[in-house]
Design a protein around this ligand. Sequence first.
Ligand SMILES: [Zn+2]
Length: 380
Amino acid sequence: MGAGRSKEVLPSRVLSLTLINLTMLWSPEALLISLVACGFAITSYFVYSSGQLFVQIPNTPGFTKHAVKAAFEATRLTASTFLIKEYDDIYSEHPHIYAKVVPEANTVLLIDSGCGGASNNSDIQITSLREFIEKVGLSDNEGKPLNEDGKMKYVVVTTHCHYDHILGIEHFKDSPILASSHSPAFLKDSQLPENSLCNALGIKMPSYTPTLVPHLHVISSPEDKDALLDVTVLHTPGHTPDELALYDENEMMLYVGDSLYEYEPIIFPKEGSIVEWFTSMDYLISFVQRENRLQHKRGESCKREVLINAGHSTAVKPALNVLLAAKAYMQDVISGEEPVKERMQMRGEETVVYGETGDRFSLRCPERLVLEAARRLGLV
Ligand SMILES: [Zn+2]
């Protein structure tokens, strides 16, 4: 569950938020700059506005349109990695899906699988994520599909089991599907319909059997276990018990799922834990600081730092800055410095909302989680 939300479960504010983000992106002050970084053939463009970098995401003006109308659009982020965005899904989630294409290992690493292609747009011809990846040419990929005719194998990682990250997964059942081993009970077949929020939405739970992998597991090609993709799984429970992050060491790209993002409300379901979230964020902050230091020690001429990529809204932004700011915001919430703006009942719990549309950070979660964090972290 992320920024957007189904009307049946959660009141949607995502449209107005998106408009605000677009206004920011295309304000008169916005300055378009191209990014050339450290040998990577980065061809995507970034917009500099109000001192912050934004990736130009799909469905913004100027983004490449495809001849075939698909529920997805994609843009290159690095030499190997693309952001695929489900830009008009019926749940207003607009999930981010990331694809790392590694021809040397004959593998495409897919991070999440989106909402399943159900679009508000009745003209959409391609609703299958797999068909999009295998059949739709991208201008950011020399006009070719990401995995033309499915020649390469897939490894799919679910950052967590919420519906907007797994509804496209049945098209990849012939591939390894990896998930966190932190809480196997949370991912039991009998628990998934509830924990994925499919029950709350009244939608069918997709059928898949994840392979649970430990903290620091390094992902390899499905064809050759020795062909490592240099992407490491990091257990980061908090948003959910199975939430994980991925770190691509070569490209210094960190993927954090729904642990945090900007300009759309960070959401904790009733199965989440703000206490665990703080522990996970402290871990990621230390991790990123260490990686940035190592990069600095290598003395490469081009200064690089870890970039953060979330399950919604935020992509290729300086990771340390975003992590520290999100942690500071959450500390303000649990210490009582942020006022509750709204209250509602959700899935049988008193739910509170902090922050407003357009804020860099805002939060919605059961009040119980805030009170528990304040008590256990010694703030009340
Ligand atoms: Zn989620």
